[in-house]
Design a binder for this molecule. Structure first.
Ligand SMILES: [Fe+2]
Length: 234
């Protein structure tokens, strides 16, 4: 399985605080059957330009890479960003540089404030005008937004949908997760892990739950989407 969304790079955002924590998070992921990891630190346009962000990300990655040899097994990995939505992002300079690896896939986190139709227009612009493949991060967090707008995302075949492992693990959201799984609309899974305690790597727990309920090879679809993403990224 590919972990398409996590905060395992050391010291760059509110995720892993240092190299030791990053190594342990990666190690646990491998033990849980994760074969590929996309490191997606938060990008906020009001805090950093893409250039500054990339410089910080390169530094964090170099620090991690200098220590990866300490792990018994190193998964395939690449870098991206969890790009927080901002108005005008479809026209922002250098925005494409935040795509995952060499690919044209970009992970976007939608705002938590009330959605407006122009936000969805902007996402569509990114995919049509810039030709980027937008991955909507943890769609489950937005299920209390205007249903019509959420459906515009879910029904757009050009967009990819990512869910967090927690969506399946949490008892309060489990049924919704299985319902969405059955539509085969989940393209990618992520742990969105930030640390070793409250938001730890938890892919195995989610996979165990999904495997019991997956009658339509939805998991096969997720595996294939992840593989395609990695092929484009590396
Ligand atoms: Fe995240």
């Amino acid at each position: 399985m590919i972990d398409a969304h996590c905060h395992m790079l050391p010291g760059i955002d509110d995720g892993s605080k240092d190299v030791a924590m990053s190594l342990e998070m990666i190690n646990r992921s491998v033990e849980q059957g994760v074969e590929g990891i996309i490191f997606t630190p938060h990008f906020y346009a009001d805090m950093n330009s893409p250039e500054t962000f990339l410089r910080k990300r390169d530094k964090a990655l170099a620090e991690l890479e200098a220590n990866l040899g300490r792990l018994p097994q190193v998964p395939v990995y690449t870098t991206g960003a969890e790009v927080h939505y901002f108005r005008g992002m479809s026209r922002a300079q250098g925005i494409e540089s935040l795509c995952i690896g060499k690919s044209d896939y970009m992970l976007i986190e939608m705002p938590f404030r009330n959605w407006q139709p122009n936000m969805i227009d902007e996402i569509e612009e990114i995919s049509i005008v810039l030709g980027l493949r937008v991955i909507i991060a943890h769609i489950e967090r937005y299920f209390d937004q205007d249903k019509k707008l959420v459906n515009r995302l879910l029904e757009n075949p050009n967009l990819l949908i990512q869910c967090n492992a927690e969506f399946f693990i949490e008892k309060s959201t489990y049924s919704k997760a299985i319902k969405l799984l059955k539509t085969r609309r989940i393209d990618l899974l992520g742990t969105d892990s930030h640390n070793l305690s409250t938001r730890r790597p938890n892919m195995a727990e989610a996979l165990e739950i999904i495997e019991k309920k997956d009658k339509k090879d939805a998991l096969g679809h997720i595996y294939r989407s992840g593989r395609r993403l990695f092929e484009a990224a590396l």
